[in-house]
Design a protein around this ligand. Structure first.
Ligand code: KMH
Ligand code: ZN
Length: 269
């Protein structure tokens, strides 16, 4: 099995300080959280950013600051979000790609997202994929439902995505695919050979799905974007969530990938 890639989804767009005091919001806090996640075993930081009021934004300048704060503290790979928050326009969401980050997310379909709609029609997806190709950014396909896998593979057929294919199964969003191990097996089964996958379980599903991914040869995403609790009623930090997966991986004899090893696995130049 490959070494285990842990992605730390540090902040997201859905929670705020009222939900948990541990959420990193400013570029400096995001930089510090990424460094702690790296020390705890993560090799990728998946980031969103917030404006001065803590509201989700895709402002390129704030991403630039956050990336600088991360890179001055650690060698972790930065993966920017192009999903942003429900309701943002395509142009707003595209902004961080101008910074040519190593990785970015690419959701390949529209999905109900709680009471909202995360809007990703085919032409928008193509536009995002093309921009990533032009900028040399490695996409991570964000798969919220089973039909998003064939759509991702269509982008490959159309020549909009080239090279190594990496998928993140985001399981348990209300409106998306439920966080059930049987669904995970179905998703894994649809991938072309050579592709890699990570699983992000929402809420209480994060821990059991992490264990499944470690044992099945997948990779793991954890962090406050997806789950704010360490256990029922006890709020977590990003660092604690990453450290728990590192310990699980150690017990299950799956060594962790460093950022350099992660680049090799994901074909990042
Ligand atoms: N906040 C969600 C609507 C991504 O980062 O690319 C979308 C999301 C996916 O978080
Ligand atoms: Zn995200």
């Amino acid at each position: 099995m490959q070494k285990l890639i842990i992605t730390a989804a540090l902040v997201g767009a859905e929670l705020n300080r009222g939900d948990t005091p541990h959420l990193p919001l400013t570029p400096q806090e995001i930089g510090e959280a990424a460094a702690k996640a790296r020390q705890a075993g993560a090799s990728i930081a998946h980031i969103h950013v917030r404006d001065a009021k803590g509201k989700p934004t895709q402002d390129r300048m704030i991403y630039q600051e956050a990336i600088a704060e991360i890179q001055k503290r650690s060698d972790i790979i930065v993966q920017v979000s192009t999903g942003g928050a429900v309701g943002m326009s395509g142009e707003e969401r595209l902004q961080p790609l101008e910074l040519c980050p190593e990785m970015a997310t690419l959701t390949t379909g529209t999905v109900n997202f709680g009471d909202g709609v995360f809007w990703n029609p085919p032409d928008l997806i193509r536009q995002f994929a093309l921009r990533m190709k032009e900028k040399g950014v490695r996409p991570e396909f964000e798969i919220f439902d089973a039909g998003m896998i064939p759509t991702a593979l269509r982008l490959v057929e159309e020549g909009l995505v080239e090279g190594h294919l990496h998928f993140d199964f985001v399981m348990g969003v209300p409106g998306g695919i439920p966080a059930d191990p049987r669904h995970l097996l179905l998703l894994v089964d649809q991938l072309p050979s050579g592709a890699t996958w990570t699983v992000a379980g929402v809420g209480r599903h994060q821990l059991p799905l992490s264990a499944w991914a470690i044992t099945l040869g997948g990779h793991v995403r954890v962090g406050l974007e997806d789950n704010r609790y360490y256990r029922k009623g006890e709020l977590a930090t990003n660092e604690q969530l990453v450290a728990r997966v590192s310990r699980l991986a150690q017990e299950l004899q799956r060594p962790l990938a460093t950022p350099e090893e992660t680049r090799l696995i994901l074909g990042i130049q």
